[in-house]
Design a protein around this ligand. Structure first.
Ligand SMILES: Nc1ncnc2c1ncn2[C@@H]1O[C@H](COP(=O)(O)OP(=O)(O)OP(=O)(O)O)[C@@H](O)[C@H]1O
Ligand SMILES: [Mg+2]
Length: 261
């Protein structure tokens, strides 16, 4: 197991935004966090990644306490935020070069160049490498965002809505790229509120109103939420309270099977 989180609670502005959420990621996994807008997906992601620690709860990353040892462990964790932070004025290879300078300061020039070339290949950015980031399409810019985080070869990559604003073909191709990254021995956790590309996920976490309503395999979701089609899961969430779904999840065998009880 790469990451295991227990009873994550985040309070912001006096409100309980994430409540008692458990989470697990194994090597090779692509895990999705799904839920309506405002359900706490980004907040949970930041807490799992250690960038904004939870007030209560514990995250264990590769057997070590993530919050206590964040300074040593953060190198192994990549985080692509919901809003791009790619420097717009730079050419793609320059932007990636700077990231290599910052993150891999003890590497040789050749090693850094090798890493830049590698992420350009992995993300299919070869044709855009001389273009300014400001001139790229939304999809290409997202790829640069992900590429920046891959420079340091993180064991675990978090990406917050990496496919937002992309057309269905680009969305699919970015999700397939993340699938390949996971298959290559890393682990990837993505948030999304769209129901496509579910087939690529190893596990899904469904949040509603900050509560964990489901954690488990994709193919168990329809039965759990009593729907014929994935797109109707949000209707189901609205029909019942988040609390009632959480209780259903807690009573199901899924919690034991996928979160260890
Ligand atoms: N700093 C903050 N102070 C107070 N409330 C906050 C703060 N940040 C987020 N929230 C609230 O927490 C809730 C969850 O926000 P979050 O961004 O985690 O949702 P989300 O599921 O990622 O939504 P989206 O799908 O729109 O990205 C929202 O109601 C939001 O208003
Ligand atoms: Mg969000």
């Amino acid at each position: 197991m790469i990451l295991s989180a227990r009873k994550i609670n985040v309070i912001l502005g006096g409100n309980s935004i994430v409540q008692n959420v458990d989470f697990r990621v194994h090597q090779g996994d692509l895990v999705g966090i799904l839920g309506p807008s405002g359900s706490g997906k980004s907040t949970l992601l930041r807490a799992l990644a250690g960038f904004r620690p939870a007030q209560k709860g514990k995250v264990v990353f590769q057997g070590r306490d993530l919050y206590e040892e964040f300074d040593q462990l953060k190198r192994s964790i990549g985080f692509v935020p919901q809003d791009d932070v790619v420097p717009l004025a730079l050419k793609v290879e320059r932007a990636l070069g700077y990231t290599a300078e910052l993150r891999l300061s003890d590497f040789s020039k050749e090693e850094k160049k090798g890493r830049v070339d590698g992420v350009i290949r992995t993300l299919g950015l070869a044709k855009s490498r001389k273009q300014r980031v400001s001139d790229l399409s939304g999809g290409q810019r997202k790829r640069v965002s992900v590429a920046m985080e891959l420079i340091a070869r993180p064991t675990l990559l978090f990406a917050d809505e990496p496919t937002s604003g992309l057309d269905p073909a680009l969305e699919r191709s970015l999700m397939e790229t993340l699938r390949k990254l996971a298959d290559g021995g890393r682990a990837v956790v993505v948030t999304t509120h769209i129901m496509s590309s579910l087939d690529l996920l190893d596990a899904v976490c469904v949040l509603d109103a900050g509560k964990l309503c489901y954690f488990g395999p994709v193919d168990g979701m329809k039965e759990f939420f009593e729907v014929e089609d994935f797109v109707n899961i949000y209707d189901s969430l609205q029909r019942g309270s988040a609390q009632s779904w959480r209780q259903k999840f807690d009573r199901s065998g899924l919690r034991k099977d996928y979160l260890g009880g």
